[in-house]
Design a protein around this ligand. Structure first.
Ligand code: AHR
Length: 503
């Protein structure tokens, strides 16, 4: 059997992997909010204030650090005042981006904050630049975070909430180059400065303001934002206006017109998908290098607030609802992203999978009869929890073979590691769809007193979970064998594993 070597420097802890790299995203899109997170108080499905309790319970096991809401594209047509007060009085609107369905605004600010409290997640609110106003966004911050007495505070109290909430993260619009207004980079750069000025810190609430960034490797967009808040070599503190710049990167293996099926794909499709996922590293490097030029002290964070696979919708479902299945291949897309995130933890401060329930690369798929499925991607998030706020460790992979994809040598082994409170966690993926692989974990600079492993794999990369077969893809114990310099594990084809070490 071919053998790979993964060398880990246990005694060289690097930058902290923010737990916010494991962030989430819930948009008013398809069945993410309605039917996913929220079923309404009259539903026979067990709920608290309309929020589905089986969803909360499943997600609590992931220690979700933050939840971005209400969009996405929806954020730039959302008017928050329509989503407060008695539900019967809330006006409806048309969700023009996602299926042209009527949005009744029954899930609004108070419901979102209740959801965050149930999940134990920090709220990341995305404001409306595209069709909103500076005043509207500023008043939303006041409504949410101000204490004492003020016009917005009186409204909040009248709606049943006396205490202000804490809002750590605030997005200034979304995809302003597209659905958020079709703006030019320079025009948005000015708007972001203007909006940020009126996003006030009320009391001791400190907002981390995130400007809406580029798609993929559109470095011109990122540079326009950087230029507007900084200048090459002039020493001006760039973080006084906003504190982070986002970007979005989706794993679309085909074309936007023909993205391919989530569950029916060839070996070639499989490799192309994983290669596209690996490319996130090149994109992060490019944005980071540009940011290093304008912000050498790394005061501005890079936020990837939308990522994940995007397939053709499941046959027979509304094309505007972006409902897709989630196979073992998706789990590997997630594990590859996390390895890259861990390596770039110094600049990349947050990432949000799109999206948490029933949309795109979801953690959970639900139905209206009370069925709930944990996807293969869910298990990667759960198995990787030990990386939250741990320090990244240097990892070197020496692999026996690569795959030739159109002349490009593609790595078939991916790994990362971290250490926290005397415990190390190693994550390693074998991307080969057909061959098992022996991996020697070459542990340098420390010898663990205890070790345990978990494995996620399936009969084939196309395997997925359903209500009838919920554990077709689920973690099982991984056998570890001692080696003179560490441990040996056998990874089946298309598998992901974690090894926990007590140091
Ligand atoms: O996540 C789905 C959509 O993808 C979001 O609304 C938008 O920001 C992006 O184009």
């Amino acid at each position: 059997m071919p053998e790979a070597r993964v060398a880990i420097d246990l005694d060289v802890p690097g930058p902290t992997i923010s737990r916010h790299l494991y962030g989430h995203f819930a948009e008013h899109l398809g069945r993410c909010i309605y039917g996913g997170f929220y079923v309404g108080e009259d539903s026979p499905i067990p709920n608290e204030g309309g929020i589905r309790l089986d969803v909360v319970e499943a997600l609590r096991a992931l220690d979700i650090p933050n939840l971005r809401w209400p969009g996405g594209c929806f954020a730039d047509e959302y008017h928050w005042k329509d989503g407060i007060g008695p539900k019967a009085d809330r006006p409806s609107m048309v969700n023009t981006h996602w299926g042209n369905v009527e949005e009744n605004n029954h899930f609004g600010t108070h419901e979102f904050m209740a959801l965050c409290e149930l999940l134990g997640a920090a709220p990341y609110v995305n404001g409306n630049v595209g069709s909103g106003t500076v005043r509207e966004m500023s008043e939303w911050v006041e409504y949410l975070t101000r204490d004492g007495d003020s016009p917005m505070v009186r409204q909040r109290k009248a709606n049943g909430r006396d205490e202000p909430w804490k809002i750590p993260f605030w997005g200034i619009g979304n995809e302003a180059w597209g659905c958020g207004g079709n703006l030019r980079a320079e025009a948005y750069a000015d708007l972001a400065r203007q909006y940020a000025t009126f996003l006030k810190d009320h009391g001791d609430n400190k907002l981390y303001r995130i400007a809406a960034g580029a798609s993929d490797d559109d470095l011109n967009w990122t540079e326009a934002l950087l230029k507007s808040i900084s200048c090459l070599g002039c020493g001006r503190d760039p973080k006084n206006i906003y504190q982070a710049i986002s970007f979005h990167y989706y794993t679309v293996a085909g074309t936007w017109e023909n993205k391919g099926s989530a569950t029916e794909f060839s070996v070639d499709d499989y490799y192309r998908t994983l290669s596209k996922a690996q490319d996130i590293e090149r994109v992060i490097r490019a944005h980071s290098a540009l940011m290093d030029a304008y912000d050498p002290e790394r005061k501005i964070g890079l936020v990837l607030d939308e990522w994940g696979t995007w397939w053709d919708v499941e046959p027979g479902t509304n094309p505007g609802f972006l409902y897709q299945q989630n196979a073992m291949r998706d789990a590997l897309v997630a594990s590859l992203h996390f390895d890259v995130f861990h390596r770039h933890a110094e600049r990349l401060v947050m990432a949000n999978i799109a999206q948490t329930v029933n949309v795109l690369q979801a953690m959970l798929l639900t139905d209206d009869e009370g069925g709930l499925v944990r996807t293969p991607t869910y298990h990667v998030f759960e198995m990787n929890k030990g990386h939250h706020d741990a320090q990244s460790l240097p990892v070197h992979v020496i692999e026996p073979t690569t795959y030739d994809l159109d002349g490009k040598a593609m790595d078939l082994v991916s790994a990362s590691a971290s250490v926290k409170n005397g415990q190390a966690l190693v994550s390693v993926s074998n991307l080969d769809p057909a061959a098992a692989l022996d991996v020697v974990l070459d542990l340098r600079g420390g010898s663990p007193s205890e070790a345990s492993g978990r494995l996620l794999t399936a009969s084939k990369p196309q395997a997925y979970n359903t209500v009838a077969d919920p554990d077709a893809v689920a973690p099982v114990p991984l056998k570890l064998e001692p080696e003179p310099r560490g441990l040996r594990v056998t990874l089946p084809p298309h598998s992901f594993a974690t090894v926990s070490l007590v140091l």
